[in-house]
Write a protein of this length. Structure first.
Length: 277
């Protein structure tokens, strides 16, 4: 399987081939941009997204990431003719290379220190649903629909970490239903189940996500990165170990300038201005 060249930070001058990237005031906006086909993914876009999220780990100028789609849809998932059809012709080693690459995209989205916000309009299916799922927060517009479609194409629901991550968001029973049936979950259902943090009117998801990202950027961004790291790590910990790990992490945050700035602002009865260090 073709490998991408390495993508290096800083990303402000990077122009992707397979999606759009814009960075302004610390917010990186990744737009899946094949609107004529509801923004499907290809072998190349998977790899470029994976490498871009990996480079985000090292880009200090980016402190929040928004992922969205163009043309009123998030993503229809893997392209039927550019991915699914070729997969039916591959041998086991090639198939494993592909599934490892798609899993690596999920790992890189989880590993980057910046909070990732998915702005979901319209169709959000298959790998698109996975990208929304693995984001730290999700905002949907009215009319958005999410489906983990793997069952519909004869595959198992255990794709890209879905069986591990989705139950932690919406519960085992609800996740089982979506993964066994491949049915669509409405935006309203998704908010009720805890998949979506917030609903907006149609066309408003990106604006709401940008507002959320700006609010995060106005906060202590280094401390936010620690929060993200601990949210990931503590899945595999017992409660006592998690409490001990948080004691160490919080002690480190107490050594930051932002902690001092917060105290000084409180003492002076003014709003703190955080600098992310």
């Amino acid at each position: 399987m073709k490998r991408q060249n390495a993508i290096a930070a800083p990303l402000r001058d990077f122009v992707p081939e397979h999606f759009r990237l814009a960075i302004d005031n610390g917010i990186a906006v990744i737009t899946l941009d094949r609107p004529d086909r509801k923004n499907p993914l290809t072998f190349e876009s998977y790899a470029e997204l994976r490498d871009t999220f990996r480079a985000m780990r090292f880009d200090d100028d980016v402190t929040a990431i928004v992922v969205t789609g163009s043309g009123g849809n998030f993503s229809s998932g893997g392209d039927v003719f550019e991915i699914i059809e070729p997969l039916t012709q591959m041998e086991a080693a090639e198939l494993h290379a592909f599934t490892t690459m798609t899993g690596d995209l999920v790992k890189e989205m989880r590993a980057c220190p910046q909070p990732v916000i998915a702005a979901v309009e319209g169709i959000c299916a298959g790998a698109g649903a996975i990208m929304a799922m693995v984001s730290d927060m999700r905002i949907a517009a009215s009319g958005a629909k999410v489906a983990f479609l793997f069952n519909r194409v004869g595959l198992a629901g255990c794709d890209m970490g879905a069986c591990a991550i989705l139950p932690r968001i919406i519960g085992q029973g609800r996740a089982s239903e979506l993964l066994y049936t491949g049915r669509f979950m409405s935006a309203e259902e998704g908010e009720r189940w805890g998949f979506f943090n917030r609903l907006t009117d149609t066309g408003g998801a990106l604006d709401a996500a940008m507002e959320m990202a700006a609010a995060l950027n106005a906060g202590p961004t280094y401390a936010n990165s620690v929060t993200k790291r601990m949210l990931q790590m503590e899945w595999a910990m017992g409660v006592d170990e998690a409490i001990d790990a948080e004691a160490i992490a919080q002690a480190l945050c107490m050594k930051t300038g932002d902690f001092r700035r917060a105290f000084e602002a409180f003492a002076a009865k003014r709003k703190p201005v955080f600098e992310g260090n």
